[in-house]
Design a protein around this ligand. Sequence first.
Ligand code: BGC
Length: 313
Amino acid sequence: MYRVGIDIGGTSIKIGVVDDALQIVRRSAIPFRCVGGEAVAAMIAEEIHKLLAQEPKIEKIESVGVVLPGSIDKTQSIVLDAHNLDFHNVPFRAQLQAQFPELQVYLANDADGAALAELGRGAFEGCKTAVLLTLGTGVGGGVILGGKLFSGGTGLGAELGHMTLVNGGEYCTCGNHGCVEAYCSATALKRDGIRAMKAHPESLLAKKSGGDEALIDAKFVIDCAKEGDETAMAVFDAYVDHLAAACISVVHILDPEVIAIGGGVCHAGEFLFEPLRRGIDEKCFFSEHGKIVPAVMGNDAGIVGAAMLALNA
Ligand code: BGC
């Protein structure tokens, strides 16, 4: 049995055909363009047909699932707000359904999809209670409760990136201030790296970038910190401190067996995880808590999770 999973991001749309063992047996990617829901749905449908027509042809698929970086309404049909895609109140499930009238079509938030993928064959296998935080352009959150994806009390799901971390703090893309996303996203690390570079012309951050903001991103800051730059290290320490605080709240609310951290920033590896675990241990109310681990599904999380939406329904 094959299912199609689609992962829409700010720059590309990844499409995969997923088998019963949750392996991606065929995949492709097309650029994402802000051309509106209907046009995006048509582009996706065209690409799916091409994928299925490759030899040996796949004659039958069971369902089509799509995940994207934004909030979805209670009926899992309308994209309420996906800032990166410029989708606001877009009835995307119906738009995609129109391309595949004979199939079930599912729509979900990207981090929810990624959490499902971790449950299927990743860091959450066998878990009843687990939480995923994805640290990328934004901060996504997916919650597994009772061994299933938790879609919220009223169907809106969990948006852990928009928990308030610092009351009245940094501006967040959601319009609020002080959200976890405004401190723990790759975008926040980049912002703080640029600020520190400007304030410290003597730093490696400034020397290596030649003062060019465009060269600084989260990885650049992490690399400078790894090379021992005090300025970059101070930025990274503050970043980890905020992330630890966010994780501590999650531990105190849910006591999950596992918290997995995904997204680009988690490529920092133990350089991130060692101080993160220490920060959590220092301030946690519990003397013992669940594991804090890297997510394992990486770039495949979206496709696999999107395909799994049919199984979770
Ligand atoms: C969005 C979330 C999304 C996250 C990760 C945030 O900015 O509000 O819905 O899950 O980014 O892409």
